[in-house]
Design a protein around this ligand. Structure first.
Ligand code: ADP
Ligand code: MG
Length: 712
């Protein structure tokens, strides 16, 4: 069944009522080509396309300035933003070309103030602040030598123009080179373009919640009447958050329904190959591994597609479960694919599965984006001929050109890095493809819903037997020498050590230098070769470094967070995480999970650079107190909101512009039920409400799902 998921822009399907909202931002006043780039970078929803009016409208202010505060000059406190009703006094203009500021005196009945201007334009100042006239001036007051001043007031208006100044002014997240005045003006024009849209929410639901309609919600958020209008709990924010969640849930439900209609294939092998795989393991399955395999076998036997999430803390042993699942379809003569988020992980899966596959007689191949044309062609021929049973790879696997002779199961590792589109694209390459999604991230229920929709879930709750606990300590970077000394002692004792340095995108160069420097320092101090892995190295270099560490040729591996997910060196017993204060909890937990995989006690050293902020301090404390991934995920949700859990760097919930996993969790469940009911009653979105819901899907960029509806 062909299923095109390339992001073709299909404006003809889009309801025309939305056209004004999908116009580029450059059609708004004050946005020329240069500003357009800045605005697109700031609010754009797609990296390769200019931002639209809708994108700008979803850029919600993060705070407000209340210009109703009019205490009078003498009663204005240092740092307050105030509006003053003043008479303009003397100008003290510096000589032209002088660097000195331009000062203007002004007074009201309570006292005097000085307005201060740097790089002044004399004629403009003379016009805007004419001596002896009354002006309404608004800005931030600062007290300096017991005298109030205001540097570059935000507004100076004639009394009769005072209404031009918003009583409550929205403050937007900005970017360098973009002024808030420019952005505000564009947003005001954008708000004026919001058309009257059909209501997509259920009337009873609206009535019960008292929410405004979509247009009113947007208008109010950009021109708030009250301080708390932009709070996550305000009806305006709730309305939009719900809209966004509903769009997402509806799209996921449509994808799911579509996959079901494509039909599954009932697969009931004898289970010989699965038994062979399990028998070749050098260990006993844990109870929850066995249970997960059982659940998967049941899914496979049913004539509907499997859509299962395999959730398990780091080191819980998901890979084995995946291989057992794949063995079932391979036994029937079909093919399987395992997709990993990074090159390193794909290679590692390949390496760890290879001996098991060889023993069981499964023909395994690796495909990554780094393969040469020739290698790729060869693999393709083998796939077409059915000479490969199982292929492990990276995103290269989605590429439209890769085809399978008979693909029956896709396993996606660390799913949170992939989108629904990619998942679909791969599973569309076969007939009734079963999908198993593995995640090491302990995702709370609400986030499972946002990211995955309504999937069946298997959980690996117990760790493989014999695992020793990990002791976690936090140590100030001031004690670096001492830690290096201890690492040296551990290495002399035959232990293996990970040393992790952060790589933060904004300062990639500096951090790269830092990781290389740490590598040098350690080699020097330990007087031995130390492996190094970072994102700028090519695949061969990375492989070689990892292989050395794995084999024991080197005892210490310095790495940036490329080792964050899945890397498996069971006899590594120490992990040092430098600048631990820069990492999120989920990431720290993932990193710590690199050790404690063997039968020796392990430790994790969180090296921080003080002084610690409150949140960072709390994070390190939690890490010291518990090893329980689910507990950590919940604490993380409390501390920082959902974004961090899914490993994304920006705040807010990934994939969402307005809804937030922490603030709007309750809305999520309602949206899911709403979406389910909608599709039950109106599977093709053909009713009046269905038509309105199509608008909603477009507005929040979830329209790809519309193409999955039956034609006509
Ligand atoms: P993750 O769930 O983090 O992907 P892996 O699948 O990489 O975990 O497994 C981690 C390590 O535990 C591997 O070395 C694997 O061989 C081992 N392992 C998996 N299951 C068991 C088990 N039941 N008993 C002992 N070791 C196991
Ligand atoms: Mg794994």
């Amino acid at each position: 069944m062909p299923c095109r998921l390339s992001k073709v822009y299909t404006p003809n399907m889009r309801p025309p009522v939305l056209d004004p909202l999908f116009a580029p931002v450059s059609t708004l006043p004050g946005i020329g080509p240069k500003i357009e780039k800045l605005v697109s970078g700031l609010v754009g929803s797609q990296p390769d396309r200019d931002a639209t009016v809708a994108d700008l409208l979803f850029h919600i202010p993060h705070s407000l300035i209340d210009r109703r505060h009019r205490p009078g000059i003498a009663y204005s406190e240092n740092g307050d933003i105030v509006t003053l009703d003043v008479t303009i006094g003397r100008h003290m203009a510096p000589p032209r070309h002088s660097k000195a500021p331009y000062r203007i005196n002004a007074y009201d009945e309570t006292g005097q103030i000085t307005f201060v201007f740097f790089h002044p334009r004399h004629d403009w100042l003379e016009k805007t602040f004419p001596e002896g006239e009354r002006r309404i001036v608004s800005g931030k007051v600062e007290w300096f030598n017991e005298r109030p001043q205001m540097v570059h007031p935000d507004y100076s208006l004639k009394p009769e123009e005072a209404e031009e100044m918003p009583a409550i002014e929205p403050v937007y997240p900005l970017t360098a080179g973009l002024s808030s005045k420019t952005l505000q003006k564009a947003v005001r024009a954008a708000v004026d373009r919001v058309p009257h849209l059909p209501e997509w929410l259920n009337y009873a639901h609206l009535h019960q919640t008292g929410w405004p309609d979509f247009a009113e919600a947007l208008k109010t958020l950009h021109a708030p009447h009250e301080r708390n209008d932009i709070d996550p709990a305000s009806p305006f924010m709730q309305r939009l958050a719900y809209d966004e969640l509903l769009a997402s849930q509806l799209a996921l439900a449509m994808v799911r329904a579509h996959m079901r209609t494509l039909g599954g294939v009932s697969r009931s092998p004898k289970g010989e190959l699965q038994k062979a795989v399990i028998a070749s393991l050098p260990f006993q399955l844990t109870g929850s591994q066995a249970k997960a395999i059982e659940e998967i076998n049941e899914d496979l036997a049913k004539p509907v597609r499997m859509l299962r999430l395999l959730q398990g803390d780091v080191g819980a042993g998901k890979t084995v479960v995946a291989l057992a699942a794949l063995a079932q379809v391979i036994e029937t003569g079909a093919q399987g694919a395992l997709m990993a988020p990074t090159e390193i992980l794909a290679r590692q899966h390949y390496a760890s599965m290879l001996p098991l596959c060889e023993k069981a007689g499964i023909r395994l191949a690796l495909m990554t984006g780094k393969d040469s044309q020739k290698e790729r062609r060869l693999r393709q021929e083998q796939l077409d001929a059915g000479e490969i049973d199982l292929v492990v790879g990276t995103h290269a696997l989605f590429q439209g050109t890769v085809t399978f002779r008979n693909l029956a199961m896709v396993v996606v590792d660390e799913q949170h890095r992939f989108g629904v589109h990619q998942r679909l694209a791969l599973s569309a390459k076969g007939n009734g493809v079963d999908v198993l999604v593995m995640t090491a991230t302990p995702i709370p229920r609400t986030l499972v819903l946002t990211g995955f929709g309504d999937m069946d879930v298997s959980r690996l709750t117990d760790k493989p037997a014999g695992r020793k606990p990990i002791t976690t300590v936090s140590v100030s970077l001031d004690r670096l020498d001492e830690i290096i000394g201890r690492v040296g002692a551990a290495v002399a004792d035959g232990q293996k050590v990970y040393w992790v340095c952060p790589l933060v995108e904004e300062s990639e160069k500096i951090d790269l230098a830092a990781v290389e420097e740490r590598h040098r320092v350690l080699e020097h101090a330990l007087r031995q070769r130390v492996s190094l892995v970072h994102g700028r190295m090519n695949a061969d270099e990375k492989d070689a470094a990892m292989a050395d560490f794995k084999s024991g040729a080197t005892k210490v591996l310095v790495a940036t967070t490329v080792i964050e997910v899945g890397v498996d060196v069971p006899d590594a017993t120490i992990i040092v995480i430098e600048h631990a204060e820069r990492f999120g909890l989920a990431q720290l937990h993932q990193l710590r999970g690199r050790v404690g995989r063997g039968d020796k006690p392990s430790s994790c050293v969180l090296l921080y650079k003080g002084p610690l902020g409150e949140t960072a301090g709390a994070r390190l404390n939690i890490m010291r107190q518990t090893n329980d991934g689910f507990l950590i995920a919940e604490e993380d949700l409390k501390l920082r909101g959902g974004g961090e859990i899914l490993g994304t760097r920006q705040s807010g919930t990934p994939g969402f512009r307005i809804a937030r996993a922490d603030e709007h969790a309750d809305l999520m469940e309602v949206a899911r039920d709403d979406a389910r009911l909608i599709l039950e009653l109106d599977p093709d979105l053909k009713t009046k409400r269905g038509e309105a819901l199509r608008c909603l899907l477009y507005l929040f960029g979830r329209d790809a799902a519309i193409r999955l509806l039956r034609a006509g």
